[in-house]
Each structure stands twice: as structure tokens, then as C-alpha cells.
Write a new protein. Structure first.
Length: 158
């Protein structure tokens, strides 16, 4: 059974995220994983919007202030790795700086990948984006580890 990317799911009902202080954007193509992470992080007090493509992420970034971007490096659709994946989005966020929806903080970037942690080969994109991200987690990711990394990143960059 093919896993479909999640559709745009803005969720402004959780928390008071007017300034973006506790607002996260999750870009993940696995809708089951995205739903699990969204529910877990909402229960932890974050406002979490989800999408599964770079195009949808761009729309959300233009209209909402986000404190943290969680992005899968290799986004897939119908089993194929999309040309515009997480690496593309990370580059755009870093090039644009904080020119997306006004937020008093720079956007913190947490990359997530199922690619091996080794260097070289076809997964060298992981090595290439280390300087563009604030953190990288390798799948499978325990929920507690995800929450701990988000807390660490937001504390360090506050």
C-alpha cells in the first residue's frame, strides 16, 4: 500500500501562536508518521501545521509565522523521490532568511531523514545540508527524541 503525502493541514486551534513562538511546520510525505508526530507535538503544547510537499510548505510559510521547520530531506510521491524535496526547501528558507511571514525569530530548521548516517554515495545530500540546518535526526525517530531535539533547538536559538 502506497503512503500518500499529507494534505495541507493548518491547525490554529492549538495554543496561542500569534507570534510564532510555539508554531512548527512539519513537512513529511508519510501521512501516518506526520499525523503521529503532529498529535504528539500538539499534546506537548505546540501548534503544528503539516504538509507533504515543498509547494504546500511554501504556501504555509508565506501565510504563517513559524519558529521551527521540521523537514524530511527526501520527499516521495507515488514511490518516487520528488525533485523538489527537503533539501530544496531548506535552501530556500536559508536564502530567504526571515522574509516569510513576519516572525520575531529566525526559522530554526530540523532535518529528518531515513538516509544512512554515512558519507558519500547517493546520500551525500545529508552531508551537504549540515551547515544549513540546526539539527538532523535519522529515522526511525522516537517521539521522545523528537521532542527533546525540538526543545534543545528552541532553547539554544531563543
Amino acid at each position: 500500500m502506497e503512503k500518500k503525502p499529507p494534505q495541507l493541514q493548518p491547525n490554529s486551534a492549538v495554543g496561542d501562536a500569534v507570534d510564532g513562538a510555539n508554531s512548527l511546520l512539519l513537512v513529511e510525505d508519510d501521512s501516518m508518521l506526520a499525523g503521529l508526530w503532529q498529535t504528539y507535538l500538539q499534546r506537548a503544547g505546540y501548534k503544528v501545521d503539516c504538509c507533504g510537499t515543498v509547494g504546500d510548505a511554501e504556501i504555509l510559510l508565506q501565510s504563517n509565522p513559524y519558529r521551527l521547520l521540521i523537514v524530511d530531506l527526501f520527499l516521495r510521491e507515488d514511490g518516487r523521490i520528488l525533485e523538489e524535496g527537503g533539501v530544496t526547501l531548506i535552501n530556500r528558507v536559508r536564502l530567504k532568511g526571515n522574509t516569510y511571514k513576519t516572525c520575531p525569530y529566525p526559522i530554526v530548521v530540523l532535518a529528518v531523514t531515513g538516509a544512512p548516517a554515512r558519507s558519500g554515495g547517493k546520500f551525500s545530500a545529508v552531508d551537504n545540508i549540515k551547515n544549513l540546518t540546526d539539527g538532523i535526526l535519522h529515522k526511525p525517530v522516537r517521539l521522545e527524541a523528537l521532542a527533546q531535539e525540538i526543545y534543545r533547538l528552541l532553547a539554544v536559538t531563543a
